[in-house]
Design a protein around this ligand. Structure first.
Ligand SMILES: O=C(O)CCC(=O)C(=O)O
Ligand SMILES: [Fe+2]
Length: 390
């Protein structure tokens, strides 16, 4: 059972004037197509504790998979409590140094990117050069309600330094087993953040593919730019969720402007929405064509994003400069950035002592060095300056 979003579908369509009926049909048909695909279900393992082969086949085929009911009630409650606390400490408005209570705002003295804002219901990236121009077209920007603030939070980068609950989810043993199955046991971090799409306000993320550095590589394959996990705190719908074109992770770099032109609409006909309940976690290839429309509906979405790469995609590669300044990512650099995995495993072990922790092969002889504490959290300040951006 999924959320009934018929009111949101109506509200969304109403923004589109003459195209209202077409928008409504797109949302309803997309929803049906998404739910008919055989790429959702619980995390399943074989007798050896490896991820079920059918899951791997479906992920390889479609470029995304929805793991149902991965985050427990306790884990979700922890995340929601952290989000509440963080939001209370967000800058009072875009650019403010203090929060609503006059305290120094979250991220106010960070060097690395933290909270990003956008005009309500806008498409801040579409058609710009930001992120090396990967968001090729500008999506329709519905009119925001008169009561809306001039800017709303849309993305929190470096989220693991602010939220111990998100850090613990980063070490979810089943999800890390999936990371291992896709990227090998010596997989490495990528970046982590929260996508915030408040009801009736959240901005769009225009159609794009995430990868940058390896499209022309002689070793190009469907997994070379890694993947993102997207943990859904409130669920994800046709109106507020990410849409993807199943299978498009295999075809190389797409000309999205041409696709929109050929379709005669920004509503790419082959795309389907990621439909999730709270606690579901999506794995999404970074090469899949994906994007999300402005959230004109009544349900909020908050995605807890964290990705992983194959070590070979990153080692001694010059970064793309999208998430962090471009630099050669050598072994020592990767090792330092990977401490987040070691710390997350320890933080999770402390909170869920009855669970068998994930065994991260690169730290097989060093996991004991990683001790989660308030001091360790303070040491994560600006850790995302070292995101492994490819
Ligand atoms: O959550 C969204 O709306 C966009 C997500 C996205 O583009 C990504 O995770 O790469
Ligand atoms: Fe993306």
């Amino acid at each position: 059972m999924y959320q009934d979003i018929s009111r949101s579908i109506e509200a969304c369509a109403a923004h589109y004037g003459e195209e209202a009926e077409a928008v409504k049909a797109y949302l309803i048909e997309g929803q049906a197509k998404a739910l008919a695909l055989p790429n959702r279900g619980p995390l399943k393992f074989d007798a050896d504790g490896n991820i079920d082969a059918e899951i791997l086949d479906a992920y390889a085929e479609y470029g995304f998979y929805i793991f149902e009911d991965v985050l427990s009630q306790d884990e979700l409650k922890d995340i929601e409590a952290d989000i509440k606390k963080m939001r209370e400490n967000f800058p009072a408005h875009m650019g403010a140094a203090t929060d609503g209570q006059g305290r120094p705002a979250l991220g106010a003295d960070n060097k690395a990117p933290t909270l990003q804002w956008a005009r309500p219901l806008s498409d801040p990236l579409g058609g710009t050069d930001i992120f090396n121009g990967r968001h090729q077209v500008k999506l329709f920007e519905p009119e925001a309600p008169e009561t809306a603030p001039p800017a709303v939070p849309v993305y929190l980068a470096g989220s693991l330094q602010f939220s111990p609950a998100c850090l613990r989810t980063y070490a979810h043993p089943g999800l890390l087993k999936m990371a291992e199955a896709i990227n090998g046991p010596d997989f490495v971090p990528f970046t982590e953040g929260l996508f915030i799409k408040d009801a009736g306000l959240g901005a769009a993320v225009s159609w794009h593919q995430d990868g940058d550095t390896h499209w022309d590589s002689p070793d190009f394959d469907k997994d070379i730019h890694g993947f993102n996990f997207m943990g859904q705190v409130y669920g994800s719908t046709a109106v507020n969720g990410v849409w993807v074109i199943p299978g498009s992770h295999k075809i190389g770099r797409a000309n999205i402007a041409e696709m929109v032109e050929a379709a005669g609409t920004e509503r790419l006909p082959d795309a389907v929405p990621l439909i999730c309940n709270p606690g579901d976690v999506v794995i999404n290839s970074r090469q899949i064509i994906h994007g999300s429309f402005a959230n004109t509906g009544f349900e909020p979405r908050l995605s807890v994003n964290f990705g992983f790469h194959k070590r070979s995609s990153v080692l001694n590669v010059c970064g793309a400069g999208m998430h962090a300044e471009a630099t050669i990512m050598d072994e020592a650099f990767i090792d330092k950035r990977s401490r987040l995995i070691g710390l997350a495993i320890d933080a999770r072990r402390q909170r869920f002592p009855e669970e068998t922790p994930y065994h991260y092969e690169p730290f097989a002889h060093r996991q004991d060095e990683f001790k989660w504490s308030a001091a360790a959290q303070a040491g994560l300040k600006d850790y995302n300056l070292m995101d492994l951006s490819i």
